[in-house]
Ligand binder design. Structure first.
Ligand SMILES: C[S@@+](CC[C@H](N)C(=O)[O-])C[C@H]1O[C@@H](n2cnc3c(N)ncnc32)[C@H](O)[C@@H]1O
Length: 198
């Protein structure tokens, strides 16, 4: 069997994120994931949170990476991956999820795409909960030397990629009607940010 697409970072962080999701998503039903990558998060979380229906998505050109692992999933609660570029509004997503989850995507996509993501949320009644995992800067500063090095590496990969300022993302979330509920410190200088709206 050919090896499935694999991310070591994803493998390292999925258990830590799951511990938080078990608490945060106990009363939730459906998650829309943005930028699902290899599908390691989608398949792991769907398997360990069987009360949820998990909708993985990614850009059309990444579906070839995402589908193989999702195709191997044994269970009914992982929906087939959908193509979604957050800039292509309105999003062609047929079902309304109560929760949006995204990991390590805001620092990859251009800032304009981050703005489009929140603009789309502002235009929709759902989701009510927004979970964003990844590195963030606070008050214009890196939270660690390793994040500073990572940001340098990102800049070398793409002029559009950069660790985002928490305050700027929070401002977009507030403009979309969300309030910050939690800012959880996670291993390897990452955060799990939780916004909600009533
Ligand atoms: C570093 S990977 C993270 C993948 C996975 N979430 C993880 O944590 O391993 C960044 C992901 O963001 C996706 N992405 C980048 N720009 C995007 C956009 N405009 N709309 C949707 N997804 C995007 C990429 O295709 C990629 O899957």
């Amino acid at each position: 069997m050919p090896q499935l697409p694999f991310s070591q970072a994803c493998e390292n962080n999925k258990g830590h994120i799951l511990l938080q999701l078990q608490r945060l998503l106990a009363q939730r039903e459906q998650v829309l994931e943005i930028g699902s990558g290899t599908g390691q998060h989608a398949t792991w979380f769907a398997a360990h949170l069987p009360h949820l229906r998990w909708q993985p998505t990614d850009m059309q050109e990444n579906l070839g990476v995402l589908r193989p692992r999702c195709n191997e999933y044994q269970g009914e609660n992982l929906l087939p991956p959908l193509a979604l570029d957050v800039r292509a509004r309105p999003w062609p997503i047929p079902v309304l999820a109560d929760t949006l989850f995204t990991a390590n995507s805001l620092h990859i996509m251009p800032w304009g795409a981050v703005e489009e993501l929140f603009a789309e949320l502002a235009a929709r009644a759902a989701p009510e909960t927004l979970l964003v995992y990844g590195p963030f800067n606070y008050a214009g500063r890196y939270t660690s030397e390793s994040n500073a090095r990572f940001d340098q590496w990102l800049a070398e990969q793409s002029a559009h990629s950069a660790i985002r300022d928490f305050e700027q993302v929070d401002a977009l979330a507030r403009a979309a009607g969300f309030q910050l509920r939690e800012d959880n410190a996670m291993p390897a200088n990452n955060r799990l940010l939780v916004w909600g709206r009533d």
